[in-house]
Design a binder for this molecule. Structure first.
Ligand code: ZN
Ligand code: ZN
Length: 60
């Protein structure tokens, strides 16, 4: 089975515009911005903070 990068929100299953509009926790769960906001940016699986994916958050 080929390795697939998870490009879907782990909460609602929505396809993500990875790495944009993508939030991750330190255990590499991925969430869309909508679900992240609803969860107050706390991962419901590991209770870690959800942060914008660094590659989707470049200022330049
Ligand atoms: Zn979602
Ligand atoms: Zn997590």
């Amino acid at each position: 089975m080929a390795y697939e990068k998870n490009n879907n929100c782990d909460e609602c299953g929505k396809e993500l515009n990875f790495p944009f509009d993508t939030y991750v926790c330190s255990y590499e769960f991925t969430f869309c911005s909508e679900c992240s906001e609803k969860a107050n940016f706390i991962c419901k699986h590991c209770k870690e903070e959800l942060l914008p994916h660094p590659e989707g958050n470049q200022s330049e």
